[in-house]
Design a protein around this ligand. Structure first.
Ligand SMILES: [Mn+2]
Length: 318
């Protein structure tokens, strides 16, 4: 059931012992949203713990380190943030599948698997929804909560460059800057510029691997596990590569293909202009936003590429 802020408030004010689930392959938005939610819950006197199928990448230490619950407790409240589909809970789907009570999200493709879904598909980030909810509830933010929310908003808006960015996105960022002494330059440098040497080398290699098809309207970059091993980078260091695929001037759609395990490919789609990649990904069992979406496809790499190219071709023909 879709709900509004007032139902979410009632739920949060009456819950206890919460687990907050973030998605596999965690990014700044789900991590920021998870830990912001934890800050808000603790100001309401609710114990909570943020969980993720994967380890939180070390570059998010400023959010995660020393800020999670270390006590063991049996959760009475199940919350999911930034998760459009239960599948994205990874191993936590086995435990909490079908049991999520409140989902806070901004993906238009949200499957409404939770009992209550607070969905704002006009929000640039789940963190933007959480800020609006906290403001609605009159919860006073902590500085740490502000850092979490800023990071999420900045991450998902591509540092305020993507078209999901709205006046509201800027207003929230401005408010956070005004009220808290957030080191935003440091956060953004860490989110968008700093990379390992391995990743820089990989990036140059990745660019050289770029393939163009469909009259150069589609750009594909595929990174296999072998390449990752060779370049000594882990999968989380490949986050943020997807936008590279639409930097080419002729590019309408770009796909970054990452081999998650042998024969299993995570495909991140980006749209430069009008093609709705969320629709394309839905036909492939995935979802996301109009300009940034994804799906997971299994098979031989060449076959996988073929299927993706066909799906994009159909969409370009429309
Ligand atoms: Mn998000």
């Amino acid at each position: 059931m879709l709900i509004g802020f007032s139902e979410a408030e009632t739920f949060l004010r009456n819950c206890r012992d919460a687990v907050i689930i973030t998605h596999i392959n965690p990014d700044g938005d789900c991590i920021g949203a998870g830990f912001a939610m934890r800050e808000i819950l603790s100001s309401l006197g609710v114990r909570s713990k943020v969980v993720c199928h994967d380890e939180f990448p070390t570059r998010f230490d400023f959010i995660t380190k020393g800020n999670n619950c270390t006590e063991e407790f049996e959760p009475q409240t199940i919350i999911a943030v930034d998760i459009a589909d239960e599948k994205l809970m990874g191993k936590y789907q086995e435990i909490y599948g079908g049991k999520v009570q409140l989902c806070i999200d901004h993906h238009i493709s949200n499957k409404q698997y939770a009992q209550m879904t607070l969905l704002r598909d006009d929000a640039a980030a789940a963190c933007q929804v959480i800020y609006d909810l906290a403001e609605y509830m009159g919860v006073k933010l902590t500085k740490q909560c502000a850092v979490c929310i800023y990071t999420g908003i900045s991450t998902d808006s591509g540092c305020f460059r993507y078209s999901c960015t709205t006046p509201r996105t800027h207003e929230i960022a401005a408010e956070l800057m005004r009220c808290f002494d957030i080191d935003f330059a440091h956060i953004n440098r860490n989110m968008f510029e700093v990379k390992s040497r391995g990743r820089m080398l990989l990036e140059s290699r990745v660019v050289s691997l770029m393939e163009c098809c469909l009259d150069e309207k589609l750009t594909i970059i595929a990174v296999t596990q072998e390449m990752m091993k060779e370049m000594n980078v882990c999968a989380d260091e490949l986050e943020g590569f997807a936008p590279l695929t639409i930097q080419l001037e002729t590019s309408e759609v770009g796909i970054l293909i990452r081999e998650r395990e042998p024969g299993l490919y995570k495909c991140s789609f980006r749209s430069a202009n009008d093609v709705n990649v969320s629709e394309i990904c839905r036909t492939l069992g995935g979802g996301g936003h109009a300009k940034a979406a994804g799906c997971t496809v299994s098979g031989e790499l060449e076959d996988v590429k073929h299927r993706l190219i066909e799906a994009v071709e159909r969409s370009l023909g429309k």
